[in-house]
Design a binder for this molecule. Structure first.
Ligand code: GLY
Ligand code: MN
Ligand code: MN
Length: 446
């Protein structure tokens, strides 16, 4: 379970920025629900996780809440949340309640969630535009449609329901692309805890262990440092399992002579971290493992050098692919010239994913990878700016095949760090765990 924020000023500032943006577009009302709770089975629910956009603007972590922002001469921010309820609170814990929420979270007004159906149609009246998520879940979408219908019914005597329906997610996604200092502080903390967890797993690894035992080391380290949850299901993949990109930690035994790939990161105060390391179960890389490991690391280095303001999101990927493609030719895994291999895409047999993604409240964070404007998928890639955070995660995955030297079979390697774009380049937030092969071997000997 997440924790409420101690400082609400960043959330107020983000609301003010969003309202200024809406005003510049001619005004309107923004309506945003948090995520619904989800049943796991019968009376058991999944651990609750708020909607990231909703949290970004409110700081509010309870389920069953809606945010309403009205942009006009007199901006207003309203929260609708669960009322206090002594009996429910006995079972589920204390609720904030609207009386305390306005003051605690800096809203102009807070009301019971039970007042939504009555108040929303009225609030919609005379607003030129309604900004709402374009893809809310079905129940939430139905409520929005109902309020719009009720507003249209009430519209008379010169009053009007909003004529334009606009997507709110895209507007908030643009804001979330550049992190503010409070976000960066939480991300540093998440990164530090996750790096420690990877180092712990390296020290613990022994031939004969199961993947789930290393997963347990990670989870223990996340939680004992106050991280509220894993940011995504941990991947702990021994041997050939590393070649399955979305493998999850299972019950496979980790064998002497194999690599283990761990892709795991915690969520701290709602912010994700995302680290991958690949290391030898017995503490020593074999010759072929080391050759492909060093190649992947060289590709990551090239991508890190290409992660700086003035270059685009895609430049790191291009730099990594160039190094990997040349290395695959050198190692006789591919034939032909570098330009030929790049042009034909022959390298995608061994490297089939992209080199990174935005990181923030979501592990695959909000934010368009292309510059805004016309042109669809042909728009230019997003230029990097200080304060953006992205992962840099090249890999190589070699499945058994007659045309591949057998000593490379079943080697799957990925190296992933989290990069904060700075004024002059980028800072890797996750280097609290070693990445150099010799340093990893040294750590495993400890
Ligand atoms: N752990 C998810 C990813 O690397 O994209
Ligand atoms: Mn990632
Ligand atoms: Mn990852």
């Amino acid at each position: 379970m997440s924790l409420p924020p101690t400082d609400i000023s960043p959330f107020r500032q983000r609301r003010a920025r969003l309202l200024a943006h809406l005003r510049a577009q001619g005004g309107g009302i923004a309506v945003l629900p948090t995520a619904p709770a989800a049943v796991r089975n019968r009376d058991a629910e999944y651990p609750y996780r708020h909607d990231s956009d909703f949290y970004y603007l409110s700081g509010f972590i309870e389920p069953e809440a809606w945010l309403v922002l009205i942009a006009g001469a007199d901006d207003r921010a309203l929260l609708f949340c669960r009322p206090r309820h002594p009996e429910h609170e006995t079972w589920e814990g204390v609720r904030c309640g609207p009386e305390a929420a306005a003051e605690r979270y800096g809203f102009d007004e807070a009301h019971s969630i039970e007042a939504l159906d009555q108040m929303l149609p009225e609030l919609l009246l005379d607003q030129p535009a309604l900004y709402a998520p374009s893809t809310p879940d079905d129940a939430q979408a139905a409520r929005l449609r109902g309020w719009m219908a009720a507003a249209r019914e009430r519209a008379r005597g010169g009053r009007r329901a909003p004529e334009q329906l606009r997507d709110l997610r895209g507007v908030v996604a643009d804001m979330r692309l550049v992190k503010d200092p409070d976000e960066i502080a939480a991300m540093r903390r998440a990164a530090r805890i996750s790096a420690g967890a990877h180092a712990r797993a390296m020290r613990a690894a022994r031939p004969g262990m199961h993947e789930y035992e290393l997963e347990a080391e990670l989870l223990y380290e996340f939680r004992r440092h106050g991280a509220q949850a894993p940011a995504y299901t941990s991947i702990v993949a021994g041997g050939a399992n590393a070649c399955v990109l979305h493998y999850q930690a299972g019950d496979t035994v980790l064998h002497d002579g194999e690599l283990v790939l761990i892709d795991a990161g915690c969520e701290f105060d709602s912010y994700a971290s995302d680290i991958t390391r690949t290391f030898p179960v017995n503490g020593r890389y074999s010759g072929p493992q080391r050759a492909l490991y060093d190649l992947t690391l060289a590709a990551q280095d090239a991508a890190v050098q290409a992660t700086r303001p003035g270059l685009s999101f895609n430049d790191g990927h291009l730099a990594a692919v160039r190094v990997l493609a040349q290395g695959l030719i050198d190692e006789k895994l591919l034939e032909g010239s570098l330009d030929g291999v790049l042009e034909s895409g022959a390298y995608t047999r061994f490297y089939m994913h992209r080199t990174g993604h935005w990181l923030g409240l979501d592990v695959h964070d909000a934010g368009d990878y292309r510059e805004p404007g016309a042109g669809g998928a042909e728009r230019p890639w997003r230029q990097l700016r200080p304060g953006m955070v992205l992962t840099i995660e090249p890999g190589l995955y070699v499945r058994p095949s007659d045309d591949v030297p057998a000593h490379y079979w079943n080697i799957g390697i990925r190296i992933e760090d989290d990069a904060l774009v700075t004024d002059t380049g980028c800072e890797l937030l996750t280097r609290g765990v070693p990445v150099d092969a010799r340093e990893i071997e040294a750590l495993m000997r400890e």
